[in-house]
Design a protein around this ligand. Sequence first.
Ligand code: MG
Length: 290
Amino acid sequence: MPIKTLLLDFDGTCTDVPAIHQRFLDASFEYLSQKGWLTNRDTWNNALAAVTERSPEAGWTLGRTPSAPAAADPYILAGEAALYISRLERRPLPADFDAYGFAYAKAVAPFRPELRAVLKKADELGVEIQFISNSSTTKIAGRLMDLLADDPALVARIGKRGGAEKYVIAELPWDDAKISPEVRRVFGALPVATSRPSGLQRPIYLRRGSYMRQLAEAWEGDPSRAATTLVCGDIWELDLALPAALGCAVHLVERGAPYDTYDYEREATKAVGGTISVDLNGLLARLEST
Ligand SMILES: [Mg+2]
């Protein structure tokens, strides 16, 4: 079926995260030092190494239930390293803890160089483009205005859905009247999780109610649009597992070192007929082939 809608993740999918990862980790430590919570650099580095070694078995626990590999990117890694130290030393994190917000602003990842051309071409092909990201809508809109300063009409056409909280494993809220019966039906039919991928002892959870709401809004309440939707992301578990289960086509953009894509992510993508590339040119090829 031809692709009519392209749903894009933002961080890592459209940006070059390895380019700024050390700056992000350094800024995270700087934040913890400023708060007086952690001043020993070795403790920080050891925690980063310990979490990296246990990932992907160790998962992202921001939403409590593991929702992505703990070392899939520096944003997740830094948070999990701080939590690891907190458990190890039995010291709670500062009440207003926001190392992510502090470090994200200090380490703005550049766009992947081919992104601009890919967005323009997808638009030319008549494909509707929408971002669904955990980052804020305002941040994404601002970045797109920079990238496409010469084409504000395209920026306006591109949908921006921030705060998606794809990491929250939860049911749909029963009292949200905006969620259509069709959306409730397809979500209700989802299994709790997929069987464990090879090498992983924990499951990949599928019932991500917050992400589902964003998908449903992107489809204006009609989940049958999954059949003509391509979702592109850089973390299988977080970005692609749910859309694939809903019947979307999926494209995995590989992560660069030191956050390399795990083999099981490639296997899972291939198992559902998805495509994989090292950059966004592969996404363009996928779009042009439909
Ligand atoms: Mg991402």
